[in-house]
Design a protein around this ligand. Structure first.
Ligand SMILES: *Cc1c(COP(=O)(O)O)cnc(C)c1O
Length: 403
């Protein structure tokens, strides 16, 4: 079977992780120490962490019902807002940027707004200063969606400690995994206590827990290039053959995709065991990314997203924006099905997904970003030879291409 490079830099499991030792099995404590965050609540997914964040804030401000989201993000985030009866408000991105269009953000913010969700895409710490100012003006809470950004820092401080509430994801492909899981915390002591309390009230659902345990064992067995095409590449190619980009990247969610229950003890202990290797995992990812970004920046027509000054990033993958839609299509036509770890992050702007098409939005930049962006894996398995194959194909398309 041909080799398949995973699209992100997931941390693989070792056999010994499946038999975690009691002394090293407290995931919340380990993450608290590793990241310098309050001992977090653990949830069954990042999405459920986000839901508990919203419910907790809504208890405090019951008259506020709107939640402002980036118009290009994980569709689960918008579905989560609707699942609990709140209203998602989509804010456009600035042009050629991962940051909000601040003018629109300001126009959308008012006394009905419960929270603004700022997202650290691709592990890159986003600029919260201007967003925070707008939030303060209207008494709006700031939630940091750090699902893709565990390990990212400003100076020495973890992401998630500037906004009011933050969460990480432990889904497959986000780095550390428990086969779906979430990490939820607030820098405010009172609010943090409420998050812990509300998380503790979720039910234990044995059916879901067994399914996730089996998936985690499957991940241990199959998360390597020789077998990854079975669980990832095969579906990707099949969906792309049917012109179904949404299923190809696994963005085909609906309300039923969000079960709400406890994160099981064994799964969190497995993740705790693997978490001992996170620091070195991140370090090697940073080294790879730093060199590769410089390499990619020499190719015309491509904009590679880099960490901002004074921040560090764990680079789960590299995010690239092409300056022409057709050029992006041509690149993906050649690279998407090659097994070289090239794919798209979110294939559509939020209200361009069938399940979310009812949300009103004026977000041309988000639509454009979805059409012109792609990602290159930062997995250790994308070795230098394979990375050079990707670079060669990119050069072939981009050099001598007219403006
Ligand atoms: C993956 C992701 C989520 C959802 O996390 P899950 O753990 O998959 O529920 C939320 N926001 C962003 C930006 C994500 O990438």
């Amino acid at each position: 079977m041909s080799k398949e490079i995973p699209p992100t830099d997931g941390l693989s499991l070792l056999f010994k992780d499946l038999f975690p030792q009691k002394t090293q099995s407290d995931l919340a404590r380990i993450l608290s120490e590793l990241l310098g965050i309050p001992t977090p609540a653990l949830t069954c997914s990042g999405t459920v962490a986000f839901i508990i964040a919203l419910e907790t804030l809504h208890e405090l401000e019951p008259q506020r019902t709107q939640v402002i989201l980036p118009a290009w993000t994980c569709p689960l985030v918008a579905l989560a807002v609707e699942k609990i009866g709140l209203t998602p408000i989509l804010c456009d991105l600035a042009q050629n940027s991962l940051e909000f269009d601040l003018k629109q953000l300001s126009q959308l913010s008012n006394t009905s707004t419960l929270a603004i969700v700022a997202t650290h895409f691709a592990g890159l710490v986003c600029d919260l200063i201007a967003i925070q100012k707008i939030a303060h003006q209207h008494g709006i809470y700031l939630i940091e969606d750090a699902a893709q950004a565990m390990g990212a820092k400003t100076h020495t401080q973890s992401v998630g400690l500037i906004g009011d509430i933050s969460f990480f994801s432990l889904a497959f492909g986000k780095g550390l995994t428990s086969a779906e899981g979430g990490v939820l915390f607030s820098r405010h002591l009172e609010l943090h206590r409420k998050l812990l309390k509300n998380t503790a009230q979720l039910p234990t659902l044995h059916g879901w827990e067994i399914k996730r345990c089996l998936e985690l064992i499957g991940y241990y067995c199959l998360y390597r290039p020789s077998s990854l095409s079975l669980i990832y590449g095969h579906n990707l190619r099949k969906a792309l053959k049917n012109n179904d980009e949404i299923s190809a990247v696994g963005d085909d969610f609906d309300q039923n995709s969000i079960p709400m229950h406890q994160l099981g003890k064994w799964r969190s202990a497995v993740a705790a065991s693997a978490a001992q290797r996170l620091a070195t995992h991140w370090q090697s990812a940073q080294q790879r990314a730093t060199y590769r970004i410089q390499r990619l920046k020499q190719i015309p027509h491509l904009q590679v997203f880099e960490k901002r000054l004074d921040t560090t990033t764990t680079y789960p993958f590299l995010l690239i924006l092409v300056d022409q839609i057709e050029l992006c299509k041509a690149i993906l036509d050649e690279l998407w099905t090659r097994g070289l770890g090239v794919t798209k992050l979110f294939v559509r702007a939020i209200n361009q997904y069938p399940a979310l098409a009812h949300i009103p939005a004026n977000t041309p930049n988000a639509i454009d970003f979805a059409a012109r962006s792609f990602t290159i894996s930062n997995s250790v398995w994308l070795d230098d030879d394979r990375f050079e194959q990707v670079v060669e194909i990119l050069q072939k398309h981009c050099i001598n291409k007219k403006d």
